[in-house]
Design a protein around this ligand. Structure first.
Ligand SMILES: O=C(O)CCC(=O)C(=O)O
Length: 293
């Protein structure tokens, strides 16, 4: 059997992350690694296409259109409100997302930063950033503004595009070294009706912005105090991405946000959650009692 590639970081990469607050791992994942998550996304798009069709909003479900185009084309003649009814980002419990969150290369990289007891935080998102929907652009913020009272230690975001992320379709932008800042006072932006937390221009400081266009399957890891944003999608295609989050197991599991899961454990490998645990919303694997009929 082919030995799986390791995602472990070098000392230089760990030092870069600790100093800059982020790290780019170009092409960490292969097409094969991403396939189950893409299948889950396609499944969701088909469900939306069925709903739009039943509501008489579209005449064709566009079932044969390619992954980067189908969702954009389904909404081409509809409004931003029609799109936002389905959510600006999705957190469905579909097996393909669990597969991605457990990808050993992702876990290796995170383990290099915080050790081998890894909890997958309940806040993960599938983001279909479609063209010309203002809510696709995400204002400057710190992720921690979404969980100000939880986790004094940083939660690590692993942001992965499933298509190439470019300056045209709205890649991530980051302000390096801002993770050393305290949590800034944020407000809720009013323009898009999404409730994004946002910072005012005067709070952004003098640190130069780094734009991070990356090919599909790359991972951008960043600290939850690091200032970041993404620009609008000015292409004709969907900028598909996921943002996954991990933390050490001894941190607040943030149950107000949902149920996360034990993703890797050197100490308790038998407790690492399996797909059935995650689908049932169990944080760890516990033997289920046998049901006798
Ligand atoms: O995917 C994006 O455009 C923004 C992602 C983001 O802000 C996040 O993951 O915290």
């Amino acid at each position: 059997m082919k030995k799986a590639e390791s995602g472990s970081l070098t000392k230089e990469q760990v030092d870069f992350y600790n100093e800059e607050g982020y790290l780019v791992l170009p092409r960490l994942l292969t097409d094969e690694d991403m396939a189950p998550a893409k299948d889950a996304m396609n499944q969701k798009v088909s469900m939306i296409a069925d709903e739009l069709y039943r509501a008489g909003l579209i005449a064709d479900r566009l079932a044969d259109r390619p992954f980067p185009l189908r969702l954009a084309e389904l909404f081409r003649h509809l409004t931003a409100e029609d799109f936002l009814k389905h959510g600006r980002s999705w957190r469905d419990r579909l097996p393909g997302y669990f597969d991605l969150m457990c990808n050993p290369k992702i876990l290796d990289a995170v383990e290099s930063l915080i050790g081998g007891e890894l909890f997958a935080n309940p806040v993960y998102n599938t983001r279909p950033k479609i063209p010309k929907v203002a809510a696709g652009a995400v204002p400057w913020h710190q992720d921690k503004s979404y969980w100000p009272d939880a986790n004094s230690n940083p939660v690590i975001t692993v942001w992965i595009p499933l298509v190439d992320a470019t300056e045209v379709n709205g890649c991530l932008h980051i302000k390096p070294r801002t993770h050393k800042k305290r949590l800034l006072k944020w407000h809720q932006e009013q323009m898009t009706g999404t409730g994004y937390t946002a910072l005012k221009d005067r709070q952004l400081g003098k640190t130069a912005t780094v734009s991070l266009p990356v090919p599909a399957g790359s991972a951008i890891l960043f600290n939850d105090r690091c200032l970041h944003m993404s620009t609008p999608n000015n292409s004709n295609e969907v900028r598909w991405s996921v943002d996954l989050r991990y933390q050490p197991t001894d941190q607040d599991p943030m149950i107000a946000h949902g149920v996360g899961f034990l993703a890797r454990s050197c100490r308790y490998p038998d407790k690492v959650a399996k797909l059935a645990d995650w689908l049932e919303g169990r944080a760890e694997h516990v033997e289920q009692p046998r049901r006798d009929n």
